[in-house]
Design a protein around this ligand. Structure first.
Ligand SMILES: [Mn+2]
Length: 316
């Protein structure tokens, strides 16, 4: 399965590594770990993430060549697209990537389209980092601390700190090995979960005040507006983890966070605890993701957006 990628890496020299917009722990940790692996092999990797790395992942050993904003147009021996169910998840200008080099698609979303020359899609993997670890093993890479903490953090965050249904035995086995490479779980947990600025909690207070429940309290919905960001001097990166907080409510099966982008466009994040396939629901609106964690955007006023969501969940 990894042979083709190993050949491409061995033959090539310049590589672009990219992942989805609004990078999460897996997108960040996976791209960073692959950079350090290629660097250790004497290659010339470069990372492109459209958006800046969120503050909670700033502790990760960051490679020197990470570009944000515009795609660094050049010729590469391969373009690695990580954690992207669809190539457009890379952001504006994604069409150019296919002309910049052969695209290697490594992903674990159930809604992945095989857009690459090589496609390694494992929906049972907890994270892209788990798939990459398998690749590194077959390449006999000497695991350094910089690689290990990026891999550990990617798995730790994509499994919701080992709480979600994608938490598998492989996730623990890999993370155990990473601790033997020097990763301290308490340090990672503190950096990810206990290192938020005060403003984030002022924002969370406003968001939780909008909480409403539907379908006999099995669906919980909260909202964040541009006005709330202004009042608390925050931005969308401070909302990371909010939808998970809503999911913590007893009896709630589906948690929904509506984030106002403009007065007529909303970003929807959904999390489910049980059997509800939120990727399927988000797919109705052109989005996607995983069974228990997915997202989409919906056009319309807040009233229209809520109506369309209620319709999707068959609520009168
Ligand atoms: Mn992921």
């Amino acid at each position: 399965m990894f042979q083709e990628i190993r050949d491409i890496i061995e033959r090539g020299e310049k590589f672009l590594i990219t992942a989805h917009i609004d990078p999460d722990g897996d997108a960040t940790g996976s791209t960073f770990s692959l950079y350090w692996v290629l660097d250790s092999l004497g290659k010339q990797p470069c990372i492109y993430l459209r958006d800046p790395v969120p503050y909670m992942y700033e502790f990760l050993p960051k490679p020197p060549r990470v570009a944000h904003g515009e795609i660094p147009e050049d010729r590469y021996d391969a373009v690695f697209a990580l954690d992207c169910g669809n190539l457009f998840r890379v952001g504006n200008g994604y069409e150019k990537l296919k002309d910049m080099g052969p695209v290697i698609n490594i992903d674990h979303h159930t809604t992945n389209e095989p857009f690459g020359i090589v496609n390694i899609i494992d929906a049972n993997a907890s994270s892209v980092a788990e798939i990459l670890y398998g690749l590194y093993k077959t390449m006999q890479v000497t695991m350094t601390y910089d690689m290990a903490i990026n891999i550990y953090t990617a798995i730790f965050t994509d499994t919701g700190s080992f709480r979600y249904s994608n938490t598998n035995s492989q996730a623990f086995l890999i993370c155990e090995e990473m601790t033997r490479c020097g990763v301290a779980p308490s340090y990672v947990a503190q950096m990810v979960h206990e290192n938020h600025p005060k403003e984030r909690f002022l924002l969370l207070g406003l968001v939780l005040a909008t909480l409403e429940t539907l379908k006999n309290d099995t669906i919980a919905m909260a909202m964040v507006t541009q006005e709330m960001f202004r009042r608390t001097n925050t931005s969308k990166e401070h909302t990371e983890g909010f939808v998970e907080s809503v999911r913590e409510i007893r009896g709630v099966d589906v948690a929904i966070l509506l984030r106002e982008i403009t007065g007529s466009l909303y970003k929807i994040s959904m999390r489910s605890k049980g059997n509800t396939d939120v990727a399927g629901i988000c797919n109705l609106f052109g989005g996607g993701g995983h069974r228990n964690a997915a997202g989409c955007t919906i056009d319309g006023t807040i009233g229209e957006v809520k109506d369309r969501l209620k319709e999707a969940f068959k609520i009168e």
